[in-house]
Design a protein around this ligand. Structure first.
Ligand code: 5AD
Length: 347
């Protein structure tokens, strides 16, 4: 069995391919340090020791969707809603730039209050600061994605959440799996660096489904992959379900790095919340991106996708310092460039 494990990890490290059943098998292994060390080697070889910092601004927690797992779902009346003024968003971005961050990530619930035109103006202003801009505002029409691209947006994050159509549709009332996939292909075609990812440990999710998630990421040629444990959240239909397993998240990250050696992969806040030392562990399993929250303190705890997030709000300076310390302690360096995906593997 150890021999077989060795063989599978070897294949992954050398060929960056593996079939679904073998991936599922690896996901079911208990503790797999050789998987982590292989992912760490591949990370070093293909994207180096740089860790890129992206300044996250969660500018609105209003959402018209009713995803079963998410605390921001429209039907959750238990949270206070907020919306930043465009001027506040710009100010946060300027602050992030002051701390040396080279990418601004604008994220929100699907808040139809902001028109695409509003968003275009904000993107345009932030682009003038000389940063890369990533958007994460959900499903839009191809036209809207086009307008935002023209306004200067460089990248887009839209997790598929699960690539299992049945599971997807059982967790997302009145949404369709096909439209989500359409969004991802539109984003790719329009020239966005496109990020996706999944939740790990959703009720009903099997190792085979997780293996398929990885193969889906590879198939659509995702440029970035963000994955974190499912964390049950009060005020949602999944409130009393079990949470996702941290080791499974680390294995998924390692497998993503091995399958897609030159992608960007963050350590997610959800992993940081659930694992002791989550950021350090993530960095050791293939991650090369950290996303410090550069928003407004009072709003951070209101962006309550899941519990635990925003429990310890630190000053921006502290937050960045802690991250920089961790990076150097792990023998890594803070990336000085935009940190876009640089293709080093032929497809
Ligand atoms: N636990 C973990 N992650 C969650 N997200 C939403 N709700 C939860 C939860 N309860 C993730 C989704 C979404 C991202 C912004 O947050 O994957 O894409």
């Amino acid at each position: 069995d150890i021999l077989k494990l060795d063989m599978l990890v070897n294949t992954l490290e050398n060929e960056h391919e593996l079939d679904k059943n073998s991936l599922a098998e690896l996901l079911e292994c208990k503790d797999v340090p050789i998987l982590y060390t292989a992912a760490d080697r591949v990370r070093k070889k293909f994207v180096g020791d740089d860790v890129y910092l992206r300044g996250l601004i969660e500018f609105s927690n209003f959402c018209c969707r009713t995803c079963f797992y998410c605390g921001l779902r429209a039907a959750n009346s238990g949270i206070k809603r907020y919306r930043m003024e465009p001027g506040e968003v710009i100010e946060c971005a300027a602050n992030a730039v002051k701390y040396g961050l080279k990418t601004i990530v604008l994220q929100s619930g699907e808040d139809k209050f902001f028109t695409v035109n509003d968003l275009c103006k904000i993107v345009d202003k932030i682009k003038d600061m000389g940063t890369a801009v990533t958007l994460s505002v959900g499903e839009l029409s191809r036209n809207d994605y086009t307008a935002l691209k023209h306004a200067g947006a460089d990248r887009y994050l839209l997790r598929i959440e699960t690539s299992n159509e049945k599971l997807y549709e059982s967790l997302h009332p009145r949404m369709s799996y096909k439209n989500r996939v359409r969004c991802l292909y539109d984003l790719k075609e329009l020239g966005y660096e496109t990020g996706t990812g999944c939740l790990i440990g959703l009720p009903g999710q099997t190792p085979e489904m997780l293996a398929e998630d990885l193969l889906f990421f590879k198939k659509i040629d995702a440029d970035m992959i963000g994955m974190g444990p499912f964390i049950p959240c009060k005020g949602t239909p999944l409130e009393y379900e079990a949470e996702g397993n941290v080791e499974t998240v680390l294995k998924m990250m390692a497998l993503a790095r091995l399958l897609m050696p030159d992608i960007n992969m963050p350590v997610t806040t959800a992993l940081g919340v659930k694992a002791d030392d989550g950021y350090r562990k993530g960095l050791g399993c293939g991650a090369n991106v950290i996303m410090p929250n550069m928003g407004i303190d009072d709003y951070k705890k209101l962006y309550a996708i899941y519990p635990g997030k925003g429990d310890k709000v630190e000053t921006l300076e502290n937050q960045i310092n802690v991250i920089k310390c961790l990076i150097s302690k792990e023998g890594r360096v803070v990336g000085k460039h935009f940190g876009g995906r640089i293709r080093t593997v032929k497809i």
